[in-house]
Design a binder for this molecule. Structure first.
Ligand SMILES: [Zn+2]
Ligand SMILES: [Zn+2]
Length: 425
């Protein structure tokens, strides 16, 4: 139940002044410094490195590790991420994650601290100017309050935030020189950039972009935003599969945070990386696409909803008995297109079922491979598990291919010219 009454909230002057003054000061002092002394690669490199540290403190630490538990990490990593995250000056991890969990639980409502339905500026930065309706309850993060590292960070947040910023800038200055330039570019400007990149996820990633995974919330996938946010732009996927350690699930999706977590796993500093099962992600994509395309295709092909579902049912039955026969459709025109579209749809559903069954079998096999009574029995279960993984990969590839074909056919149906109209007297 939402308790938020945003219109009556008290202004937090410290936040308001800080977030208004710092961008102006950062831009003005950068221009002044550039004109007066010239900006060198040293300030830019230091700025980029400290931006990555503090930015990924938020994305890999606050967001994917602490708020969503997308993976587990060694104490040293948790500590480093808590310190780097604090240096982004976006509140303590406990406060940040509490807001963020409310954002996911009550997206686009008054219970969502950065409700995108209240407009760009409110979701971007305006919400931080006001006292949260829930105060300092943090009752949705008991796990984080019980964590000694995060409890320490919460108690000493301001000291850690300021201390880490000073430490980073002074270290860069000692290492590369130009202390004043470091303070302005790697310190102030970098801080404003890292903050606004996080804010853009709450504003732009809820306004501009595609919704391939779900249309239930305003969240969007925006690859361009990912280039500046360490991979957080794939926000529609993230809202659909929150616990996944990746925000961009495909290998080519620009998501440096997932690559960092994956690398930490490789060197033994992270574990239990959570990935959403392929059948569920494909199903989400298929259903989202179907909700949009099917009614349009249906309308163009002049079928009624009942006829459509009867046809689909019939195709499903046929698919079970005689797959090949279905594939051969030599008839031309609207009927053939409809037929191909329907059989592709039935086939996608068939593969999704198959994937789900394989995943259940695999889980069982993996369980048996650790509890088997003898060595040979455990080996046999392991071999069987490997065979199932192989089968899953093949079915996944087939499902993806069929889904793409189905989408192409749906679009063909949508744009198909209507059949000859009966001539009326
Ligand atoms: Zn999230
Ligand atoms: Zn969101």
């Amino acid at each position: 139940m939402s308790q938020a009454k945003p219109e009556r909230r008290q202004i937090i002057w410290l936040n308001t002044i800080f977030l208004t003054v710092t961008p102006v000061l950062a831009i003005a002092s950068t221009i002044y410094y550039g004109v007066e002394y010239g900006i060198t690669w040293r300030e830019l490199v230091a700025g980029l490195v400290i931006w990555s540290f503090t930015g990924m403190g938020i994305t890999a630490g606050y967001h994917r590790l602490f708020a969503h538990k997308g993976y587990k990490a060694h104490k040293s990593v948790r500590f480093a991420l808590a310190v780097c995250g604090a240096a982004a000056i976006e509140n303590s991890a406990i406060a940040w994650c509490s807001d963020h969990r409310h954002h996911h639980a009550e997206t686009d409502t008054d219970g969502d601290p950065y409700n995108a339905k209240r407009g760009f500026w409110y979701s971007h930065i305006g919400w931080i100017f006001f006292k949260g309706a829930r105060g300092d309850a943090y009752d949705n993060v008991p796990d984080l309050r019980a964590d000694p590292i995060l409890a320490w960070q919460h108690r000493n947040y301001l000291a850690i935030a300021i201390g880490a910023n000073v430490l980073f800038v002074v270290a860069a200055g000692l290492l590369l020189g130009n202390m004043l330039g470091m303070a302005i570019i790697a310190g102030l400007l970098r801080l404003v950039v890292v903050q606004h990149m996080t804010f853009l996820i709450n504003s732009v990633a809820h306004i501009f972009g595609k919704q391939p995974w779900s249309k239930a919330t305003t969240s969007r996938d925006n690859w361009f935003l990912s280039l500046f946010t360490f991979g957080e732009g794939y926000h529609n996927y993230h809202h659909s599969f929150q616990a996944d350690y990746r925000n961009g699930p495909r290998w080519y999706n620009w998501d440096p945070t997932k690559w960092l977590i994956w690398s930490l796993d490789r060197v033994g500093l992270a574990s239990h990386l959570r990935r959403s099962p392929a059948d569920l992600t494909l199903k989400a994509r298929f259903e989202t696409s179907r909700d949009e395309l099917q009614p349009r295709a249906l309308a163009r092909m002049g079928e009624t909803a009942e006829e459509w579902s009867l046809l689909l049912q019939e195709k499903r039955e046929q698919l079970k008995d005689q797959k090949e026969q279905l594939m051969v459709s030599l008839r031309e025109g609207k009927e053939a297109l409809c037929d191909r579209f329907l059989s592709a749809e039935a086939q996608v559903e068939h593969y999704l079922q198959e994937l789900k069954a394989l995943r259940v079998d695999l889980k069982e096999r993996v369980g048996m491979s650790s509890t088997g009574t003898s060595d040979s029995e455990r080996q046999q279960h392991k071999r069987e598990a490997e065979r199932l993984r192989q089968a899953m990969r093949q079915t996944h590839a087939k499902a993806k291919e069929t889904l793409a074909r189905w989408e192409a056919l749906a679009l063909e149906c949508v744009s198909a010219a209507p059949g000859p109209q009966p001539v009326t007297a």
